[in-house]
Design a protein around this ligand. Sequence first.
Ligand code: MG
Length: 155
Amino acid sequence: MRTGIGYDIHRLVSGRPLVLGGVEIPYEKGLQGHSDADVLVHAVCDALLGAAGLGDIGRHFPDTDPAWKDVSSLILLAETWRMASMNFGAVVNVDATIFAQRPRLLPYVDAMARNLADCLVIEAGRINIKATTTEGLGMIGQSEAMAAMCVVLLE
Ligand code: MG
């Protein structure tokens, strides 16, 4: 068994769709980045790569590579699991927290879990996604950014 941790943060800007866990969420801003900037999926990828001892997301999917421009981060996650699964049998569980002041994310977390589960080839019950605000504090509280943290256990 091996565990890994992942963290990511992206800036919120106008004129971009908000995609979290592969779910497009109606909101006035979206996350800025080279791919779809799915901060949750990036944190999960890093946790998975950490557990598998495979470095980090920037090493495998550099933001200078046109192949990953505007790509769905679910594709990155599926590819990350393909690499990790060469040495590990299964993901035991994923526990993640999204930090966002707005919008309310609870209505979307089940759909996010199903998307992640599909990429990791496990049942959605092994994935737990939480969302919290930062009580209006700091850049996340001022809706200038969203962040996510994640831990993964591999067997
Ligand atoms: Mg990222």
